[in-house]
Design a protein around this ligand. Structure first.
Ligand code: NI
Ligand code: MN
Length: 224
C-alpha cells in the first residue's frame, strides 16, 4: 500500500490495483506540489463539504469517473452535478471493490463553498490493502475515539492545526485514545492561522505513546 500526502487533509492510497483519494484540496492550495493529473482515483472519499476538503472533487471525478463516497447530502449534491455519488452516514459501512469504508462522528460543521448544507461532518475508516486507516476529518477531540481505536488501527491521520480543529494538545490526547500503530498529523501550515510545529508534535507523540509519528511534506510518499 502506497500513501501519498497531497497536502492539508488530502491523501492518495494505491494498493497496486485500486486508487482512492481522500479530501483532495490541491489547486487552491499553494503549499502542495501535487498536480491533479497525477491522480486517477476510482473513489473520492470526503469527510465533509468544506472547500478545503471538497476541493478538486468535481474536476477529479469528471476526469477519472470516480465515485464520490461521503454523506447522503454530499452524494446528492454531486449527483445533481453529473457525478457519481455513494451516500452513507455516520456508523454505516460499505464494501467497495477497493475496500471497506465506514464513517465515524466528527465534531465540526459541513457546508459547501456555495452555502449548501453538506450533512454531518464525519471521520473515515478505510480498510484497504490489508490495513485499517482512520482519517479523523476535521474534528475536536472526543472521548469516543477510544471506541474507534478499539478496532485496531494501523494508521491514524489527525488534524493538529488548531483554530478550526483540534490543536496539538488535543491531538496528542486523541492519539492516546486511538492507540494507532502510526500517526500522521494533517491540516496544519496550509494557512497562517493553522501554523504548527509538526516535529514538536511528533516528539510528544513518540515520548508519550507507543505510536510512531510520521511527519510528511505535501507530495511525500510512503510505503505502508
Ligand atoms: Ni472543515
Ligand atoms: Mn478543514
Amino acid at each position: 500500500m502506497r500513501l501519498r500526502y497531497l497536502g492539508h487533509s488530502g491523501i492518495q492510497l494505491r494498493d497496486g490495483e485500486h486508487e482512492v483519494v481522500v479530501d483532495p484540496f490541491i489547486t487552491n492550495n499553494g503549499k502542495t506540489p501535487v498536480g491533479l493529473e497525477e491522480l486517477e482515483p476510482e473513489a473520492i472519499v470526503l469527510s465533509h463539504a468544506h472547500g478545503d476538503h471538497y476541493g478538486d472533487t468535481a474536476a477529479l471525478a469528471e476526469r477519472s469517473g470516480a465515485t464520490v463516497v461521503s454523506s447522503a447530502e454530499i452524494a446528492g449534491y454531486v449527483g445533481q452535478r453529473g457525478m457519481k455519488g455513494h451516500g452513507m452516514n455516520i456508523g454505516g459501512h460499505h464494501a467497495f471493490a477497493f475496500g471497506r469504508v465506514g464513517f465515524t462522528p466528527a465534531w465540526h460543521s459541513s457546508s459547501f463553498p456555495d452555502g449548501t448544507y453538506g450533512g454531518m461532518p464525519m471521520g473515515i475508516l478505510l480498510d484497504m490493502g490489508g490495513l485499517r486507516i482512520y482519517h479523523a476529518g476535521d474534528t475536536a477531540l472526543f472521548s469516543d475515539m477510544r471506541l474507534i481505536g478499539r478496532k485496531g488501527l494501523d494508521l491514524a491521520l489527525v488534524p493538529i492545526g488548531d483554530n478550526f480543529t483540534m490543536g496539538p494538545d488535543d491531538a496528542l490526547e486523541a492519539v492516546k485514545l486511538l492507540a494507532p500503530k502510526r500517526v500522521i498529523p494533517v491540516h496544519y501550515n496550509t494557512f497562517p492561522v493553522i501554523e504548527q510545529d509538526a516535529n514538536a508534535f511528533k516528539a510528544r507523540v513518540e515520548q508519550e505513546t507507543d505510536a510512531e509519528c510520521l511527519v510528511l511534506q505535501p507530495g511525500d510518499g510512503l510505503e505502508l
